[in-house]
Design a protein around this ligand. Structure first.
Ligand code: CP
Ligand code: NVA
Length: 318
């Protein structure tokens, strides 16, 4: 029986997933294994509802397609429900402190997912929450996406430990999270960013042994097992769009870049994608691309994450 976070007696502080490094290698391994099991059941159309009567609150301060659908559908499939809160519809837009929102919401639901701006916002929320909080994307990190990406790599190619991933583009939330994942799981990231868009040293430096920086994206892609990129302008940075278009003009992942990678290399993109900007159509729609599996795996990986955070370690199989 899982202890209720809503019982009158004080309970232990909840476990959160605010950054990839909040989980150990063993915990990530467990969630990946549960992802496989949950996905297989889903494919057989078999009910698996460990979260009956449980509620997820989703707080969106930025737009979303995949995160919204995967969490809402996933929660429903696990037997629970999801409540969607867009910033504009809540008292957050009228200045209610995030700490108060956390105190209130977490007395009513079992788990919270937030997509917001600064990482400090989600950390403040989590510090005042009685229930687990999941980072559904901040300016700094996108751990749910990288969880799905790692699962997708494992599904197609096996263990990612010891492999090399090339990051081509902005030193953004996705790039920071790939580097964290490399440190947790034991692989290397080749980071190629235009001048002025490098990763923030404060975020990268604890993981220095797990990434190398490159001025030339072709060089970064040489011999790697996976090439990945993202939009030139992330949500919240729209005012910089014109400057970014100039700075990133030569930074499209194209067939020539893919030819530098290992012949067996995969291509990933968290989506939404802009064909002809950060990725050539022949790459994203080509044979090395696994972007549709990657997007689908958000559903399965987050169901495993929800199961772990709400129910603890479930090892049961049928
Ligand atoms: N990749 C991703 O997080 O997509 P959405 O912005 O559509 O949720
Ligand atoms: N880096 C992008 C990812 C979108 C899923 C952003 O933050 O907008």
């Amino acid at each position: 029986m899982v202890p209720s976070p809503h019982a009158p007696a004080a309970v232990a502080p909840p476990k959160h997933f605010l950054q990839f490094t909040d989980f150990t290698r063993d915990e990530i391994g467990h969630v990946l294994e549960r992802t496989r099991w949950i996905k297989e059941r889903f494919k057989r159309y078999e009910l698996y509802q460990p979260l009956r009567d449980r509620t997820l609150a989703m707080v969106f301060e930025k737009a979303s397609t995949r995160t919204r659908v995967s969490f809402e559908a996933g929660m429903f499939q696990l037997g629970g429900i999801a409540i969607n809160l867009n910033r504009g519809d809540t008292q957050l837009s009228r200045g209610e402190p995030i700490e108060d929102v956390a105190r209130v919401i977490s007395r009513m639901v079992d788990v919270v997912m937030i997509r917001t701006f600064e990482q400090s916002i989600i950390e403040r929320f989590a510090a005042h929450s009685r229930v687990p909080v999941i980072n559904g994307l901040t300016n700094e990190y996108h751990p749910c996406q990288i969880l799905a990406d790692i699962y997708t790599y494992v599904e197609h190619r096996g263990d990612i430990a010891g492999r090399t991933v090339a990051w081509v583009g902005d030193g953004n939330n996705m790039c920071n999270t790939w580097i964290q994942a490399a440190a947790v799981l034991g692989f290397t990231v080749h980071v190629a960013t235009p001048v002025g868009y490098a990763i923030d040293d404060a975020k990268g430096s604890p993981y220095r042994a797990h990434y190398r920086t490159f001025a030339d994206p072709m060089e970064a892609c040489r011999g790697v097992d996976l090439v990945t990129t993202d939009v030139w302008t992330s949500m919240g940075f729209e005012a910089e769009d014109a400057a970014r278009r100039t700075a990133f003009a030569e930074w499209m992942v194209d067939p020539a870049m893919m030819r530098e990678a290992h012949p067996d290399a995969l291509f990933m993109h968290c989506l939404p994608a802009h064909r002809g900007e950060e990725v050539a159509p022949e790459v994203i729609d080509g044979p090395q691309s696994v972007v549709w599996d990657e997007a689908e795996n958000r559903l399965h990986a987050q169901k495993a994450l929800l199961e772990y955070l709400v129910c603890g370690r479930v090892d049961g199989t049928d």
